[in-house]
Design a protein around this ligand. Structure first.
Ligand code: CDP
Length: 230
């Protein structure tokens, strides 16, 4: 069991701080970080640009086969191009969940995600890491925060990028995305039964990072203890 590569699965709603924490923790552990939201965003960008609506169809299926998506150490490449900036726009924020609710889209990404953890393990963040993609992950964390706190963080992030969306609109959009993500029938956003829930309300990034690292240490210590008594 313990010679399996370490998979840390972090799920939670938009703006809970998953990607910031996942990146820091991966850096600390010296294992890769996988931003699965970026994969869904890249496919949404590809499909939206081709005018393919978010419903299952032959056209969607063919487009998904055509799309070339590649994960490198530092970036996600769509058609060989780094699309880091293009996938984080209000347009993609608005359409990504509709595409992500489709089984065809999710299936397109399943093996690609699992492949990444095989050699060196990884820290992956998303909505269904612990429930669907890595159900055997050794560490499962469900990060949350209040709607208002998440909207505030996203609002500041957008303002820093000079996007002029008002706070109330950001709050409504985050709630709408949570509703779509939680109510879809395929791989909805939910806490896995064996995940540890951690609210980040009122905590600094450093404090959340420490809590997550402590949790990982505890789990690994327990495994070592378990091995020692076998
Ligand atoms: O960073 P933020 O929480 O805003 O979103 P993200 O992690 O970039 O994910 C964008 C969208 O992709 C989510 O709202 C979900 O609709 C979808 N997604 C998903 O369905 N499953 C995942 N594992 C990751 C993202």
């Amino acid at each position: 069991m313990t010679d399996q590569p370490l998979i840390v699965a972090i799920d939670g709603p938009a703006g809970a701080g998953k990607s910031t924490i996942a990146k820091l923790v991966a850096g600390f552990l010296g294992i890769p970080y996988l931003d699965t939201g970026a994969l869904y965003r890249a496919l949404a960008l590809f499909l939206d640009a081709r005018g393919i609506p978010p419903v299952e169809s032959d056209a969607l299926f063919s487009a998904l086969q055509e799309a070339s998506l590649e994960i490198t150490e530092k970036e996600i490449l769509l058609e060989g191009k780094n699309v880091g900036a293009e996938i984080r726009t209000p347009r993609i924020d608005a359409v990504v969940s509709a595409y992500a609710s489709l089984p065809m889209v999710r299936n397109r990404l399943l093996d690609l995600q699992r492949e990444q953890g095989k050699r060196n393990g990884l820290v992956a963040d998303g909505r269904d890491m612990a429930t669907v993609v890595f159900p055997d992950a050794r560490v499962k964390i469900f990060l949350t925060a209040s709607d208002e706190e998440r909207a505030r963080r996203r609002f500041l992030e957008l303002r820093a990028r000079k996007e002029s969306t008002g706070y109330e609109d950001v709050l409504e959009q985050i709630r709408e995305r949570d509703r779509t993500d939680s109510s879809r029938s395929t791989a909805p956003l939910r806490k896995a039964d064996d995940a540890v829930e951690l609210s980040t309300d009122g905590l600094s990034i450093g404090e959340v990072r420490e809590k997550v690292l402590n949790l990982i240490r505890e789990i690994l210590d327990k495994e070592n203890h378990y091995d020692a008594v076998q």
